[in-house]
Design a protein around this ligand. Structure first.
Ligand code: UGA
Length: 450
């Protein structure tokens, strides 16, 4: 994908502030399209590595894209947001918007960057929030900027961790929130190369839409997890159920996998931030508040069910954990359901030994559990194994090796990735989230075939 030749001859200068999960794919992606991109990050260690073409995020193809950008000189890095923004026509703000203690989004990084760059940017510059921000942010930024010749717009990203590069080049949709025609047109031009719907709205609608999308996804998952819990009580199978439910084109098949609870750097903080905004606006969002609460209960439930399979308590029991990242395909631990469960296990007195193929030991030092270098290594002497992240290699592991390493036989597959028949045939007691025991039809079909 490239810009048309006439635009490549005079590439526009873009600035991206923040080289994290949002900023780096954005910067490297636009550079690959042909723009001249300067990306600023104030973390000196990260910056030094980026200047050497090294990307520490576990993000497929991102390092290649960054290195290509550096080679072509379309992508450069610096430590100063002001220096990056000075010559740019469009500045993307991609700095973190973490959760504050009261659940609201902490905008201090965004506001700090905007305050720093606004006296220096050229007239006509468009300052775009790309990090997820609450409705009303653009208004606050306009007040900080205080210049009539600088525009503010919203262009929320919908990238998923683990497929950010793919999502950048193949988005489902592009959302632009802007009030002036010229801003709408110029931002629209950035994305016309993708050939996907570009939806232009006013700024509050764009800001709120990003929160709505993530809140909707979280609510969907909490619904699936609640159905899984009902399935357990009723002896039904949530996996089969959601296959059928997802065949309704109004619902669709994706994002229907039951699990230990949802997490990550976005869904938890965005649901809380939207609930906070709704309360502030005098429109409390009870349903969303309950979505958040039920997710916490789902973590508790994992520990409670495990205890039930260990004669009532995890105290003093050796428990192996497979998977620490908040989902497969990333090494991100932020608001990871796995860590939420591990912390509960440790607090309840379990002796936890964990393994994750992408997370390194130093990232989980001091959390009260030990770390193994291999999946089987984590299982030695364990009375139970809990699978908390859906890494494909876990499903491919030979269950007889696990059975030989463990001292007990309980395997709690909270991601429903293990083959029930195979694992029970290895003599292990497989506990699942919302699935029935080994499929009798499948067993009898196998028996008949033998
Ligand atoms: C999420 C959204 O999916 C993106 O659209 C959005 O752009 C991004 O947040 C953001 O705001 O930046 P991400 O945080 O990468 O993306 O994670 P997801 O893939 O949405 O997964 C979130 C959690 O839901 C994970 O814990 C995952 O394991 C869980 N999940 C997901 C399930 O339990 N079941 C599923 O079927 C899908």
């Amino acid at each position: 994908m490239r810009l048309p030749d006439d635009r490549l001859r005079r590439p526009e200068r873009l600035a991206v502030i923040g080289a994290g999960y949002i900023g780096l794919p954005t910067a490297a992606g636009f550079a690959d399209l042909g723009y001249e991109v300067v990306c600023a990050d104030t973390n000196p260690t990260k910056l030094a590595r980026l200047l050497a073409g090294q990307v520490d995020l576990h993000e497929p193809d991102l390092q290649d894209l960054v290195q290509h950008g550096l080679r072509t000189r379309r992508l450069s890095f610096c430590s100063s947001p002001a220096a990056a923004a000075r010559e740019a026509s469009i500045v993307f703000i991609c700095v973190p918007t973490p959760q504050a203690d009261d659940g609201s989004a902490d905008l201090s990084y965004v506001e700090q960057v905007v305050a720093e760059i606004c006296p220096l940017v050229r007239p006509g510059t468009i300052i775009v929030t790309r990090s997820t921000v609450p409705v009303g942010t653009a208004e606050r930024l306009n007040a900080i900027i205080g210049r009539r010749d600088v525009h503010v717009a919203s262009n929320p990203e919908f990238l998923r961790e683990g497929s950010a590069v793919r999502d950048f080049f193949h988005p489902d949709r592009i959302l632009i929130g802007a009030s002036e025609l010229i801003v709408r047109r110029r931002l629209g031009e950035l994305y016309d190369v993708f050939g996907v719907p570009v939806i232009v709205t006013d700024i509050p609608t764009a800001e709120l839409t990003k929160h709505a999308a993530n809140a909707f996804l979280a609510t969907r998952l909490s619904f699936v997890n609640a159905m899984a819990n009902i399935c357990e009580a009723a002896g039904a199978d949530v996996h089969e159920m959601m296959k059928v439910v997802g065949l309704d084109p109004r619902i669709g098949p994706k994002f229907l996998a039951a699990g230990p609870g949802w997490g990550g750097s976005c869904l938890p903080k965005d649901t809380r931030a939207l609930a906070y905004v709704a309360r502030q606006l005098g429109e409390p969002f009870e349903q969303l508040e309950s979505t958040v609460r039920s997710n916490e209960e789902q973590f508790d439930r994992v520990v409670r069910r495990l205890a039930e399979h260990l004669e009532g308590s995890v105290q003093g029991r050796r428990v192996a954990v497979w998977g620490l990242a908040f989902k497969a395909g990333t090494n991100d631990l932020r608001d990871s359901p796995s860590l939420a469960v591990c912390q509960r296990l440790v607090a309840a007195g379990a002796d936890v030994c964990a393994f994750d193929p992408a997370v390194n030991q130093t990232a989980v030092a001091d959390l009260g559990f030990t770390y193994a270098e291999t999946s089987i290594g984590a299982c030695f002497g364990a009375e139970a194994l809990v699978v908390l992240t859906e890494w494909p290699e876990f499903a491919e592991t030979d269950p007889s090796l696990v059975a030989a390493a463990m001292s007990g036989d309980v395997v709690f597959d909270t991601r429903n990735v293990l083959d029930i028949n195979e694992w029970t045939s290895a003599g292990l007691r497989l506990v699942t989230v919302g699935r029935s025991s080994p499929d009798p039809m499948n067993n009898s079909a196998k028996a008949n075939a033998a």
